[in-house]
Structure formats: structure tokens, C-alpha cells
Design a protein. Structure first.
Length: 210
């Protein structure tokens, strides 16, 4: 008698995701270069570095992203830098262009990763038994008011995002570039530390359950 092993086993949901190097290699050259530059410039404060290095819980994380969204370029390098500093934390990147069925089966029942209106990036934390323990995203709380103000000042941006005709693709590309540049200034100012602090708070909450 043969035992059938489903390809939807939890490890498959993880390994179908990409490493940071693989994710960058799959992006257009300009975006790949931006991701690598932001990663190279991302620094973690010494106290958090020590905390991550000695973190006692084994966790597996999956971050779901929209490839060319401004938040992706700013946040993914931070997550990768934190994962590299934490020996017990594995991280993979899944794009909305990939099949999310396997990871969707592992996510909490009230979360449908195949919906079209997800707020991304979305970081999911799983324990050793592949139970979802927490989630974070799409950006640090301190970014929300600034982003809302920028969107209010550029109302055409969201209209262009909703337009599937591609008639104004160049206009959208210019606005994406403007927003990405503005967000880089925010993250260089204080949002990188805010992002690191919020994710550390999630890890501390999980540790407190031990």
C-alpha cells in the first residue's frame, strides 16, 4: 500500500517562496537595483541586533507582496535584514503573481490571501507546527498619516491604479517613482526604525507566550 503525500504540505508553501536574491533577480533591473541599495543601507540598532541574535523561538515567516508597489521596495529589505540577524527565523517572499493556494491553506481562517484587495506587504508568522501565530503589515503605523496626506495631494494616483486600460501607464509610472522617492525619505528619517520596532514588538509578544 502506498501513502500519497500532498504537495500542499506546509514546507511546500514556504519553499515555493523566493529568497531575497531570487526575488531581486525576478524584478526589472531598476527595481532590483533599488531593492539591493535599500538593503545595503538598512541598519538595525545594536540592542535589536542582540535581541534577534538570541531570539529563542523557531519561526517561519512569509511576506506577501505586490512586486512593483512602493511599500515593497522599502519594507522587504528591512524584513530580510532582520531575518538574517535572527538565526531562528526563516523568511520567504511570495508575490501576488504566484500561486498563493498553499500558503492560503495555512493562514488563519479569517484571512483570504487570494482576495484582490489585500493590504500589502503582509508578513505572516508561523510556529514549528505551521500554525499562524501573528501577522504584520502593510507598513508601520507612523507611515499611515504621511501616506494619506500624499494620496490626498495626488488623487489621480489611485484612479490610475484602478484603471486597467494602461492608457496612462507613463503617468502612473511617474507617480509611483515620486511616491517611492518620498517614502525613501520617510524611511531614511524614522520609518525604518519604526518598522523594526513594530516587528520586534510582535516577536516579543510571541516570546511572552512561552
Amino acid at each position: 500500500m502506498f501513502t500519497l503525500i500532498s504537495v500542499q504540505e506546509p514546507v511546500f508553501a514556504f519553499t515555493t517562496g523566493e529568497t531575497f536574491a531570487e526575488f531581486c533577480a525576478a524584478q526589472p533591473a531598476e527595481l532590483a537595483g533599488l531593492l539591493r541599495r535599500i538593503f545595503a543601507g538598512t541598519r538595525i540598532d545594536p540592542d535589536t541586533q542582540l535581541y534577534l541574535t538570541t531570539y529563542p523561538i523557531w519561526l517561519t515567516c512569509v511576506v506577501i507582496v505586490e512586486d512593483q508597489a512602493p511599500d515593497t521596495a522599502l519594507i522587504v529589505p528591512i524584513l530580510v535584514r532582520m531575518a538574517e540577524a535572527c538565526p531562528r527565523l526563516g523568511l520567504r517572499i511570495l508575490s501576488t503573481t504566484m500561486d498563493l493556494t498553499a500558503i492560503n491553506e495555512l493562514a488563519d481562517d479569517d484571512l483570504d490571501l487570494e482576495e484582490d484587495d489585500l493590504d500589502l506587504p503582509l508578513l505572516l508568522f508561523f510556529d514549528e507546527e505551521w500554525n499562524q501565530q501573528a501577522q504584520w503589515g502593510p507598513r508601520p503605523l507612523a507611515a499611515e498619516k504621511r501616506l494619506d496626506a500624499w494620496l490626498a495631494a495626488h488623487p489621480v494616483y489611485e484612479k490610475l491604479l484602478e484603471d486597467d486600460s494602461n492608457d496612462d501607464a507613463l503617468a502612473l509610472e511617474r507617480l509611483v517613482g515620486q511616491l517611492t522617492h518620498q517614502m525613501r525619505l520617510w524611511y531614511n528619517d524614522d520609518l525604518t526604525n519604526a518598522c523594526i520596532g513594530e516587528i520586534r514588538a510582535v516577536l516579543e509578544q510571541l516570546e511572552s507566550k512561552l
